[in-house]
Each structure stands twice: as structure tokens, then as C-alpha cells.
Design a protein around this ligand. Structure first.
Ligand code: FAD
Length: 439
């Protein structure tokens, strides 16, 4: 069997190394800390949580809770360590961060098939099976290499994302489908505003509380990407001639032009998610929720991903990756973690789990396996490889990524329960069919 190289022992790389070694395949795991630091990590531990100590919801009524349960079934090191180091946090899974990272570090160091090397990798190894999982703060030298391999147009240093809402939660009686001047197929959902509604919305937006930018994130503004709240502060006219321009968008309900609009653009192929066009924002999440609920039609919108402006290293996965997390042009190279466009600790670990299982299979000369789209872990792999490549932004686990149920359930709680049960059924069968737990 071949040895697999894993670069980066963060959330994704640690899980990948564990999955590979658990299958009897030797791993060399490179981690640059503590020799080289990142602007956000503070320790020399693997899978360090750079910010919150919460891995978010732990219940099956939430997609990230279902994702955790799927990962438990798949013998995840990250979720197992989180469970063993949990601290009280209501319905969430929060951890003692030192205990959590300490256990992962120990486990991988002590594994007889894992060799740990504390070194910064500056060049992508040209041969062998390689998993790159160097995260949102990938070191500059390696970033440059990945950028060269992937192509400049498909590599990003930050994300400036607009909020995304679930289509099912939009009040369709208030919004209408239209493209400016009816050009082409009507592609946008338009939320019309009266002058009074716009004024109230404007005041709320320019006075809302913004999240603090980290020192290393300040450069984002210089890259020419302006948050909506900053643009709005230039004056009402800027908004009315900018993203909220109503021109060419007659409201079929009234036969008139609204005073202003917020446009929503379809975000995934299934049409279950829509993003707010031009609304990349750095507002605090609570403020985003309050302000979005002021938009006609979005009063009860389910926000599946908040707008963010982050320093982030990620690639255009819809162009570059397969659902197995293999690079299309170089199938013995896998990417995992935040750099593939999944967003969050658990999501990063989940992508490492899939990449690890597939890298281990490759080492044995077996074909890669595609996780079922009905599972949350598989739905993320599907999303990042099938989203619109022209507007690709990182994504959290959410129920909107799962294929629709065969029968429509109106009650949201019951619908989510049905989606969760279907996800777990699919993953159970998938594990059995592929003998994933009989290593
Ligand atoms: P990481 O966990 O960062 O792991 C990458 C590893 O690779 C690191 O250990 C790094 O030292 C190493 N490395 C980098 N370059 C090299 C190299 N050239 N050679 C060798 N090793 C290298 N998500 C949440 O769910 N909740 C949060 O609260 C949260 N807060 C965040 C705050 C910040 C400031 C950032 C940047 C991200 C945050 N995220 C959060 C998003 C994301 O979940 C985390 O960044 C997560 O750690 C990503 O996992 P990863 O495995 O992709 O990368």
C-alpha cells in the first residue's frame, strides 16, 4: 500500500489522517505550528478551535446536529473527541478547547501508522496521494502554489458573502419573479419596497452594529469589496442607483415600479436557496436577522447562511473538485476543509472525513465513493461541486441543501425531522453497502 501525505492538522486534516490510518494506511501528517504560526491560532495543538468553543447544534432538528450524528456513525475522531470533552451548552455541543484539541493531538501522535512532521510545506508534493487541508489561513508560500495549480481566477483570499435564505420561507405573495426589462428568462425574485419601507430599512441598515474586523482581515476592504452598510452610508441615492435600483422591475401585482427593491438570486441548482444580491455585509448576525425581516417577503425568512467578510483561502470547487474532494485535473490530490468552500468547524472535519476515506481507498487501488446527497455530509460535497461557479461562496450545513422530500410537509419541525431521518437512513445504508465500519 501507498503512504498518504496529509498537509495541515486542523479540523479537516486531523479527521482525514485518522480516517486513513484507521483503514490501515500509513500517513505522514505535516503541521507547521508551532514552527510557523498563523494569525489566528495560539497553540501547537491539532484541531485548534480558533474562535468559539461551540461546534453548534447537537440536536436532530438542526442540520449541523444531523451532520454530527452521521459523523459519529462514521467513527469521526473530531466528533468523538468533542463528545468526550463536552461542556454544558444547552442544545449545542461545546467543548473544553484544550481537552478537545489535546485528545486529538495525542491520538494522532500515538497512532502507530501516523508519522507527524512539524514543518511548513511550501510546495505541493508532485507524487503520491496527497490531501491538502491547510485551512482559511494557509501559509503564503503554499497559497501561491495552490493558486498556480488551480488558476488565478479560481482561487480566493477572502470571502465577502451575502446572506442566503431558504426559498420555502419566503412570502411568495409579496415578491415577484422578474429580470430588469424582462431580459432573458426572469431570474430574480424581487422584494418591492415603498418609500416609507425603504426609509425605515435604510435607517436600520446604516445604524446597525457591525462585527469587529480582525487585524489580518482589514486588507479585505482594500481589495475593493464593499459591504452594503458601508455603501449605504454614502447616501440614499447610492443605494437607489445601486443594488436596490428598481428600474425595469415593474411589479405585476400593482403594475407599477416600486420605490426600491431587494433582489434575490437562485443560489443552488435545486432552487431551494436564494441569496440577497449585492448584500455582502459585515453586520453582526443578530442585526442581519432583524434587518432582513424588514424586507417585504422576508419577514419570516430562514437565513441558512449569514453574510460574512472573512479572510479565507478557498477555491472554486464547482470548477475544480469532484464530489470525492479529488482535484479534477489531478485525481491523486485531494482538498479538504474550509478551502473547499465548506464553512465551519464541523463541516471542515466532515469534508476531511470524506477526503480521508477516499484517499485511503485510492491507496488500496479502489475507486472513490460519492456520499449520498440525501445525507448532510453528502449534501455539502454535492453543493460545493454543483453550485454556480460564477457566484460561488462558502456554505454551512443546512437543510436547504438536501433534496426535497417526496411529499410536502408544511410544518417546519416535522419537515426537518423527516429530512433528518431520511439522511440517517441513507448514511446507515451507505456505511453498510460500502462496509465503511468493517475497516
Ligand atoms: P484549520 O483548522 O485552520 O487547519 C489548517 C491547519 O493547517 C492549521 O493547523 C495550520 O497551522 C496548518 N497549515 C497552514 N498552512 C500550512 C502549511 N503550508 N504547511 C503545514 N501546515 C499548514 N468556524 C466555526 O464553526 N466557528 C467559529 O467560531 C469559527 N471562527 C473562525 C474564526 C476565524 C478567525 C477563522 C479564520 C475561521 C473561523 N471559523 C469558524 C471557520 C472554520 O471553521 C475554521 O477556520 C476551521 O478551523 C477550518 O478548518 P480547516 O481544517 O479547514 O483549517
Amino acid at each position: 500500500t501507498q503512504r498518504v501525505t496529509v498537509i495541515g492538522a486542523g479540523l479537516a486534516g486531523s479527521e482525514a489522517a485518522w480516517q486513513i490510518a484507521s483503514r490501515g494506511i500509513p500517513v505522514t501528517l505535516y503541521e507547521m505550528r508551532p514552527v510557523v504560526k498563523t494569525p489566528a491560532h495560539h497553540t501547537d495543538k491539532f484541531a485548534e478551535l480558533v474562535c468559539s468553543n461551540s461546534l453548534r447544534a447537537n440536536t436532530l432538528t438542526n442540520a449541523v446536529g444531523v451532520l454530527k450524528e452521521e459523523m459519529r456513525m462514521l467513527n469521526s475522531l473530531v466528533i468523538g473527541s468533542a463528545d468526550r470533552n463536552a461542556v454544558p451548552a444547552g442544545g449545542a455541543l461545546a467543548v473544553d478547547r484544550d481537552g478537545f484539541s489535546g485528545e486529538i493531538t495525542e491520538t494522532l501522535h500515538q497512532h502507530p501508522l501516523i508519522e507527524v512532521v512539524n514543518e511548513e510545506i511550501q510546495h505541493i508534493p508532485e507524487e503520491g496521494i496527497v490531501v491538502i487541508a491547510t485551512g482559511p489561513l494557509t501559509s503564503p508560500a503554499l497559497s501561491a502554489q495552490i493558486r498556480e495549480l488551480m488558476g488565478e481566477d479560481y482561487f480566493y483570499f477572502y470571502d465577502a458573502a451575502a446572506p442566503i435564505v431558504e426559498k420555502d420561507s419566503i412570502d411568495m405573495s409579496k415578491v415577484y419573479l422578474a429580470s430588469r426589462y424582462d431580459k432573458g428568462e426572469a431570474a430574480y425574485l424581487n422584494c418591492p419596497m415603498t418609500e416609507e419601507e425603504f426609509d425605515a430599512f435604510y435607517d436600520a441598515l446604516v445604524n446597525a452594529e457591525v462585527a469587529q474586523l480582525k487585524e489580518f482581515e482589514k486588507e479585505i476592504y482594500f481589495e475593493g469589496c464593499m459591504p452594503i452598510e458601508v455603501m449605504m452610508k454614502r447616501g440614499k441615492q447610492t443605494a437607489l442607483f445601486g443594488p436596490m435600483k428598481p428600474v425595469g422591475l415593474v411589479n405585476p401585482h400593482t403594475g407599477k415600479l416600486p420605490y426600491a427593491v431587494v433582489q434575490l438570486r437562485q443560489d443552488n441548482a435545486a432552487g431551494t436557496l436564494y441569496n440577497l444580491v449585492g448584500f455582502q455585509t459585515h453586520l453582526k448576525w443578530g442585526e442581519q436577522k432583524r434587518i432582513i425581516s424588514m424586507i417585504p417577503g422576508l419577514e419570516n425568512a430562514e437565513i441558512v447562511r449569514y453574510g460574512v467578510m472573512h479572510r479565507n483561502t478557498f477555491v472554486n470547487s464547482p470548477k475544480l473538485l469532484q464530489q470525492t474532494y479529488q482535484v479534477k485535473t489531478r485525481p491523486n490530490l485531494y482538498l479538504a476543509g474550509q478551502m473547499t468552500g465548506v464553512e465551519g468547524y464541523v463541516e471542515s472535519a466532515a469534508s476531511g472525513l470524506i477526503a480521508g476515506i477516499n484517499a485511503a481507498r485510492a491507496a488500496r487501488g479502489q475507486e472513490g465513493i460519492v456520499f449520498p446527497q440525501e445525507s448532510t455530509i453528502g449534501s455539502m460535497a454535492y453543493y460545493i461541486t454543483h453550485a454556480d461557479p460564477d457566484n460561488f461562496q462558502p456554505m454551512n450545513a443546512n437543510f436547504g441543501l438536501l433534496p426535497k422530500l417526496e411529499t410536502r410537509i408544511r410544518n417546519k419541525k416535522e419537515k426537518n425531522e423527516a429530512l433528518a431521518n431520511r439522511a440517517l437512513d441513507h448514511i446507515r445504508k451507505f456505511i453498510y453497502d460500502n462496509q465503511l465500519n468493517t475497516l
